[in-house]
Design a protein around this ligand. Structure first.
Ligand SMILES: *Cc1c(COP(=O)(O)O)cnc(C)c1O
Length: 231
């Protein structure tokens, strides 16, 4: 059995140390507990331990879980995984933040769903920084155009950027990817101030979040360090 409350305590301490090591405040960093594959009972433990930001990566899996916490209006649910356009409506009904918007088409679907449901949604643009293009995420040179188009869509608040770097056994090797996302954000903000809303950098997972914080992460997405292995 994982002791979820102590794991959260340890993760918080590590976030605090990583932040102060680079002169940042822990309060600038939002911890999103990624609950995919974990049970409602385990999620409840994390909530009891004080977490309110929870992340899932698939709409279908998230649906029943999120509904089971519908009495908790204070929770913020983050969709951290890839979203297909045909699930945009469900996503808008369930989530408060969508981290992986990577096309105008998906943005437009989300916007439409926001208008229909009277909701507003915070979105981040997923940027693909891998040496080899992966299936998901916008290439860096398209981010500016995407930001300007998504920024115009009613119902959506563009609040920053997100990335999932390639996996390296040595987390220090992810550093250049995190630094690059930071640079892309700063460039965009200096060209068109205010275009990225809260200017979030959603980057860093269980094995590399300290590096991500050193490189400016404002949201870290953490699963296994809190809930144990998913295998
Ligand atoms: C699963 C997942 C995480 C959490 O990963 P851990 O290594 O378990 O911390 C973060 N971000 C995304 C997009 C994920 O799918």
């Amino acid at each position: 059995m994982e002791d979820i409350a102590s794991n959260i305590q340890r993760v918080r301490e590590r976030i605090g140390r990583a932040a102060s090591a680079c002169g940042r405040s822990e309060s600038e960093i939002t911890l999103v507990a990624v609950t995919k594959t974990f049970s409602v009972a385990m999620i409840s433990e994390a909530i009891v331990a004080g977490l309110i930001h929870l992340g899932e990566n698939r709409v279908q899996e998230a649906e029943a879980k999120i509904r089971s916490f519908s009495g908790r209006a204070d929770l913020e649910w983050h969709l951290v995984g890839h979203l297909q356009s045909n699930k945009a409506r469900r996503a808008v009904e369930l989530f408060h933040v969508v981290h992986a918007v990577d096309s105008v088409k998906l943005g437009a679907k989300l916007s439409e769903a926001c208008i229909e449901t009277g909701k507003s949604l915070s979105v981040l643009i997923q940027v693909d920084l891998g040496e080899e293009p992966t299936k998901f995420g916008a290439p860096p040179d398209l981010v500016r155009e995407l930001a300007s188009e998504i920024g115009r869509l009613p119902g959506l608040r563009l609040d920053g950027l997100m990335t999932i770097p390639p996996f390296f056994p040595d987390p220090d090797q992810t550093r250049p990817f995190f630094a690059e996302l930071h640079e892309i954000r700063d460039r965009l903000e200096s060209e068109s101030p205010g275009s990225l809303g809260k200017k979030h950098l959603s980057m860093g997972m269980s094995h590399d979040f300290e590096i991500a914080i050193a490189e400016g992460a404002t949201i870290v997405r953490i699963g296994t360090a809190i809930f144990g292995s998913r295998s």
